[in-house]
Each structure stands twice: as structure tokens, then as C-alpha cells.
Design a protein around this ligand. Structure first.
Ligand SMILES: [Zn+2]
Ligand SMILES: [Zn+2]
Length: 360
């Protein structure tokens, strides 16, 4: 055990502030394991917590954020299979109670009592992260092959959230997809939809720079949803039929309404983004849903199974362009700079790497 240092570096959040400092390295107890972090990607959730706090993180308490991680099991507690030692893994962040109806469906991210790495449980913006026994027994170690580059591996969690949303929409090979909102998640959704068989992907975003980025990530068409002619242009691109699967990644009720309005007969719409406080979809177009036979769904988070499938796609080189979605890599020491850059929102995914990122 003495092979491991007694302390570790961590980016510690407390009351709206972020400080990189040394703290005791966690030691795995019974049923637990220790993960050496290879990289952690920043998510909008991390930035939101940094700026506004979170109900699961009490005032005055220190917390390590970061839930999009790849790492290696370097130490196991009593009762853990030693074969796990040395395994490279990605980790589904939400850990449910294990016995409520949501957990019995494998939907840990919907468990009313869930705990999550980076949101209450200490997360991956550190040199090491403690894997809880609940997390391990809920399928929380998803093995990831060595040949998958760090930049791609670190995105297994957010990509599997996109995968889940599109799967929930029963996307079939050959269908058309609209991604409404092309921030980082929208860009990941474009790549995910393509690998899941979308024949035509249309990306919509009012920001020109983002439309340009969507093109670089091989959206087949890009549209400005702020134009009066948006719906006309959209339907023209689909022979007047409309869109089979719409994923709304923009956190605005207006985008949700446009998304539902864009759907073809039998279309499925995924409300992927939550709305900000105070924003709500008034005048829900129920007659569109009724007369076009639409299905409006919502998903949040992912499951171990979906992460496993996404890792298989990565292993089969089906998601290689993900590498380009990582627009900056910072050493852990510069966590604050990374958060500032993520807040600006000019890039896509940002990685924090404990070793300084030499190999990334
Ligand atoms: Zn995330
Ligand atoms: Zn539960």
C-alpha cells in the first residue's frame, strides 16, 4: 500500500470557489476501489455548480467536481475481485439506491436517492477518485480497451447520454435527424446519430460559428432557427415530410417548440436539455402530437449498459472524430483556467489531466 502517496492533488470546490490543493488520498475500504485518473472532461454541469452551487453540495463543504472520467483501478479494498487491479475503466457517474423502481430498470440517474461522482460524491478533477462499493456493485466499472486514445475515452459518458436520448427515440438506420442546438452536446449528438445510422443530419443553431462547427463535424445541412423561413427550409430538406428524430439539446422552450413542430408523422422528439428556472413551454402543441402521432420523450444521464455500447463503438473506431471535439487540454494544476475557458464557451470539450497532459 505504501507504493501510493499519502496525498493527492485535487481541484477542490467550495462555496463558488475553486482551488487546486493537496489533500489526503482516499484509501479504499471494504467493497471499494481506487481509480487513478487519466483524464476528466468538463461538463456544463461542472460549470453550473461552480457558478451557482448545487443542492447536493452543502454550503461550506469541500467537493471535488468532475464526472466524465477515464482512469485505472490501482488499489482494491477487501472483498473486491483483484482481477480489477490495473483495469482501465470509464465510470457511469450516477449511483442509485439499487432497489427503487427506477433502479430496478437500471435507471440510476432517475433514482430519487441517487448519488453522483462530481455532484456530492468526490469526482475526477483529482489525481485519484474513490469508487464506492454501491457504484461498483451497480455496474460502475466499464472496461475500456487500451488502444482508445485518452481524448476519446474521456467522452464515453457524455456520448452515452446522447446515445441514450437517440435510442429512446428509436432511431433507425436511414432516418433523418435534427439536432437543435449545437453546443458541445449537440456536436457529440451529431456524431452519435451518424454512427447509429442517421441518413441525413440537420443541425440548427442561431450562432453562426456553431453552425460552422457543425459542418466540420459533418452535419449534412445547417440551418439558422432564428430565421422566419426556418420551418420551410427544414421541410424542404426532407421532401416536405419533416424530421424522424429530433434531439433538442438547446436549453430553451422555444427550441423545444420548434423541435416538436419539425417532426414528421410518427416522429420522435427527445427533450435532452433541461430548461433554466423560469423558462417553461407554454401552449404545448398537443394537437401536433395527436394528429401526427408524435412521441415526446426526455432523458437525462446514462446507464452502464449504454456506456458499454458506446465504448464498443469507440473500440471499433466508429467515433474517431470525437478526438477533434476536445478543443483544449489543461493540467490539473490549471483547473481554474480550464473552468474560465469552458465558461466562455468558445471551444467544445475541455480535458483536465493530472500528469500535465504530456501523453494526450
Ligand atoms: Zn456531464
Ligand atoms: Zn433507486
Amino acid at each position: 500500500m505504501s507504493a501510493y502517496p499519502e496525498t493527492m492533488l485535487a481541484a477542490v470546490y467550495r462555496d463558488g470557489d475553486l482551488e487546486v490543493k493537496r489533500m489526503p488520498r482516499p484509501k479504499p475500504g471494504r467493497g471499494e476501489a481506487l481509480l487513478k485518473i487519466e483524464a476528466a472532461a468538463l461538463c456544463a454541469t461542472d460549470i453550473k455548480i461552480w457558478q451557482k452551487g448545487h443542492r447536493n453540495i452543502n454550503e461550506g463543504t469541500e467537493a471535488i467536481l468532475g464526472h466524465e472520467v477515464v482512469g485505472r483501478v490501482v488499489q482494491t479494498g477487501e472483498g473486491i475481485d483483484e482481477n480489477l487491479l490495473g483495469m482501465r475503466v470509464v465510470v457511469p457517474p450516477n449511483v442509485g439506491c439499487g432497489f427503487c423502481p427506477a433502479c430496478l430498470r437500471g435507471w440510476d440517474s432517475y433514482c430519487p436517492a441517487y448519488k453522483a461522482y462530481g455532484v456530492g460524491l468526490n469526482g475526477g478533477l483529482a489525481e485519484y477518485m474513490l469508487l464506492t462499493s454501491a457504484s461498483i456493485s451497480r455496474g460502475g466499472l466499464v472496461e475500456i480497451p487500451e488502444h482508445i486514445p485518452t481524448k476519446i475515452a474521456a467522452l464515453a459518458e457524455p456520448v452515452s447520454c446522447c446515445y441514450r436520448g437517440l435510442k429512446d427515440c428509436e432511431l433507425k438506420a436511414g432516418e433523418t435527424v435534427l439536432i437543435a442546438g449545437t453546443g458541445p452536446m449537440g456536436i457529440l449528438a451529431i456524431m452519435t446519430a451518424r454512427v447509429m445510422g442517421a441518413a441525413k443530419i440537420i443541425a440548427a443553431d442561431p450562432v453562426e460559428g456553431r453552425r460552422e462547427i457543425s459542418k466540420a463535424f459533418r452535419a449534412d445541412h445547417v440551418l439558422d432557427p432564428a430565421r422566419d423561413s426556418f420551418k420551410e427550409e427544414l421541410f424542404a430538406l426532407t421532401g416536405g415530410w419533416g424530421i424522424d428524430v429530433v434531439m433538442v439539446t438547446a436549453p430553451f422552450s422555444g427550441a423545444q417548440l420548434q423541435g416538436i413542430d419539425a417532426a414528421a408523422i410518427g416522429g420522435r422528439i427527445n427533450l435532452f436539455a433541461g430548461l433554466a428556472a423560469g423558462d417553461t413551454l407554454n401552449n404545448f402543441p398537443s394537437n401536433l402530437v395527436h394528429y401526427r402521432g408524435l412521441k415526446v420523450t426526455g432523458t437525462t444521464g446514462t446507464t452502464p449498459r449504454e456506456m458499454r455500447l458506446v465504448v464498443s463503438l469507440m473500440a471499433g473506431n466508429r467515433l474517431d472524430q470525437l478526438r477533434d471535439a476536445v478543443t483544449a487540454v489543461f493540467p490539473l494544476m490549471e483547473a481554474k483556467k480550464a473552468f474560465e475557458e469552458a465558461k466562455q464557451g468558445s471551444g467544445l470539450k475541455i480535458l483536465l489531466v493530472p500528469d500535465g497532459g504530456a501523453a494526450v
